[in-house]
Design a protein. Sequence first.
Length: 500
Amino acid sequence: MALSYEKVIEKYEPVLGLEVHVELGTKSKMFCGCSTEFGAAPNTQVCPVCLGLPGALPAVNGKAIEYTIAIGLALNCSIAPFSRFARKNYFYPDMPKNFQTSQYDEPICFGGFLDVKIDTDEGVKEYRVEIERVHMEEDTGKSLHMGGATGRIHGADYSLLDYNRAGIPLVEIVTKPLTGTGKYAPEVARAYVSELRDILRSLGVSDVKMEQGSLRCDANVSLRLIGAEKLGTRSETKNVNSLRSVERAVRSEMIRHAGILDKGERVIQETRHFHEDTGETTPGRSKEQAEDYRYFPEPDLVPVAPAADWIEKIRGSLPEKPSVRRKRIQEEWQVPDKEMAAMINADVLDQVEETVKLGADPTRARSWWLGEIARLANEREVPAASLPITAKDVAEVVALIVRGELTDKLARQVVEGVINNEGRPSEIIEKRGIKVVSDDSALLQAIEKAIAAQPDVAEKVRGGHIPAAGALIGAVMKETKGQADAAKVRELLLKHLGQG
């Protein structure tokens, strides 16, 4: 039986190492001119260079170097005046050259850090994640395992190879061993990847779509007895592709490691695969050491030596940091800490800000994104930002509510219709015949009908028992099919019964 997480953290200290791979948003690949556009037919975006054909010579993508320097600067790294590429040799069926052009002992960026904040039992805490290196390399192709139930190689009948992704510019951001997080290790890992994703998005260097593999996290986890200095044996959970999964994978591995160590057994250094359905990991392959890759300098590429004035020009073009932006927005909107954290955790801050820019009140904007839209997203088990509703749609709905043309209840119907792809708000209102009943005579007619049906309740209200009015208001709302303004119904009802 697996140990409880509480038992794990009573005895062991986790040590994390996070390696995040980011596909850069350049138009062409790292060492050739092939397109990087996502979703093209298999093997249509390839050439002799990215297929590794004999005699083909690579050339470095200048925009990829610029993007990598920007990432390094945003992560407080030093930029190397001289760096170079190396060949990393290992066998993968989806690596057409049978080696990866990467950087080894001379990366372009090194020695940075990123501070992240999380909610804890003791309030908000800040953790510094130190960055070991940021280096450039190229992505591999993609293996498609056909005929099996899981999409993995085990149980598949055959595999297909798509080399469109081979050679796409890739940046790897590697942390130093992260200690001192204790029971919050899973949350810190998630917060780090989330903050990193926000920075990369703000830089415009990648679309950071984890579901498409543009950003992938390898989570290294090891445990040591509390108070011990020697690091434990690590496992590396590969290609985790959502924030939630990063947190779950770290927690799962901590529990697995503790179970092995408690039995007096040895943790095997290996790669692992995370399974979304079970929340657990399974073995991949034994993990190589650096010497196993037989690195040597890439003979077909010159060293990278960015000019100091170019680096400073890139530094001067960096946008406002996400952490600074969040603080500014929180102050401008006067948002409580908990609601700010809720927007960040739900990943809807961009959507709320855009809704406000389109004229919506900040309180109403975040109420819709964190309320009804988040509820519908949870039902569908997808992020709220991925639903087919835009900031423009929400701003339009808010404006209709403010003008009195929609009640909150009717607005929820409109929002649900937009998310169900029935059209834009105005189209749904017209199709469904949604309209607020605001005519006083029509409302009074419904009120009199409700009073006639519940005379005893009406008498209580006349006698001063105002809470009893709720039943009559509910009857009026039912009579008007929810298309009346409940506040106006209440006002007219109480006035009609001598309590207005």
